[in-house]
Ligand binder design. Structure first.
Ligand code: F6P
Length: 355
């Protein structure tokens, strides 16, 4: 058996841990493993290299991906060839390389492409990654825990300086259209205000919380944790820039700075914004993510050895299961407004921007 492995879309901590686990488990079961470089671009441009036990040695805790990745490589819309559909060529490359199946480690875009290639006849297995934790049918993606840890640490650091100056500190997280990172990172860091895309916020409610805290003796500071996709009631998403020829052209960012401009004229305190950005995607995975990535890599190898293609490994009730790629493609998992964490935040007095 010969299995290809690729990492697609934006990177996150834990990709190498999946590559390591899948490669080791497959080789252990007698399979040959080939690394496909830069996501689907590697299949579009024939960039393949063998993966051995030796080549995946020492990468468990290494951030990024040893295979490289690409967030615009779509065989159904080749950006370098005017948007041409080169999927048939991709299938031919896989056939020439004698790949029996490809393990695609990625987010929603990667899973959608994997599903389409699978229906065309290239056997695919998906592994869910993203710091955003927004993939359908899995309660966790690896990379998320590491991003939450960065946010929690950043808030802890901002809290001490905020207290010294009695300032309002706004910390903006990633997460795209989902609020998971801001919600869990904000809770873990003890933020006073958490604003997520799923709950449009009233600037007046945030202002009232900051004013209330200004009057507190000893600590007049406020920490606001805002997701990049958060929107004021009746307002718009804040887009940092758009990418031409990308399947996902909008890049969010800057809502924290907008919020600062809304709040500062009405407060006595100074307001500062910290945009965490790609710091949340870099560095070594947490122990939780290393273990989850190892479980997912092992589960993907099992699916391959059992010939169970067209599936994505997933975590449900803390068990590694698999779900049809068809059910994941094109879907996202947002924070339900009545999620237990939302209720917990509300009940412990965190302002969620809407009352
Ligand atoms: O999907 C992961 C993610 O980090 C999002 O949270 C963020 O909006 C986006 O990718 C940033 O993409 P890029 O790395 O292309 O700027």
């Amino acid at each position: 058996m010969h299995i290809g492995i690729l990492t697609g879309g934006g990177d996150c901590p834990g990709l190498n841990a999946v590559i390591r686990a899948a490669t080791r488990a497959l080789i252990g079961a007698g399979a040959r493993v080939t690394g496909i470089e830069q996501g689907f671009l590697g299949l579009m441009r024939r960039r393949l290299r063998p993966l051995t036990e030796h080549s995946v040695d020492g990468i468990l805790d290494l951030g990024g991906t040893i295979l490289g990745t690409h967030n615009r490589a779509d065989p159904f819309h080749d950006f370098a060839r005017g948007g041409a559909d080169v999927s048939a060529e991709v299938l031919a490359v896989a056939r020439e390389a004698r790949l029996d199946a490809v393990v695609a480690i990625g987010g929603d875009g990667t899973m959608s492409i994997a599903h389409r290639l699978h229906t065309m006849g290239l056997p695919m297995i998906g592994v869910p990654k993203t710091i955003d934790n927004d993939l359908a049918l899995t309660e966790r993606t690896f990379g998320f825990d590491s991003a939450v840890a960065v946010v929690a640490e950043a808030i802890g650091r901002l809290r001490t300086t905020a207290r010294s100056h009695g300032r309002v500190m706004i910390v903006e997280t990633m997460g795209r259209y989902a609020g998971w990172i801001a919600l869990e990172g904000g809770l873990a860091g003890g933020a006073d205000v958490i604003l997520i895309p799923e709950l449009p916020f009233e600037p007046a409610a945030v202002l009232a919380r900051c004013r209330g805290r200004e009057g507190l003796e000893g600590d007049g500071s406020t920490i606001v944790c805002i997701a990049e996709g958060a929107v004021p009631v009746g307002g718009q998403l804040t887009v940092a820039h758009t990418l031409a020829d990308s399947p996902d052209p909008l890049r969010l960012g800057g809502v924290g700075e907008h919020l600062r401009a809304m709040l500062e004229p009405h407060l006595q305190s100074e307001v500062r914004t910290t945009l965490l950005g790609h710091v949340q995607r870099g560095g070594t995975p947490t122990a939780f993510d290393r273990v989850l990535a190892t479980r997912f890599g092992h589960a993907a190898a099992q699916l391959a050895m059992q010939g169970r293609y067209g599936e994505m490994v997933a975590l449900q009730a803390d068990q590694c299961v698999s779900v049809p790629l068809a059910d994941v493609a094109g879907r996202n998992r947002l924070v339900p407004p009545d999620h237990e964490l939302v209720l917990a935040a509300r009940h412990i007095g965190v302002c969620l921007g809407n009352g």
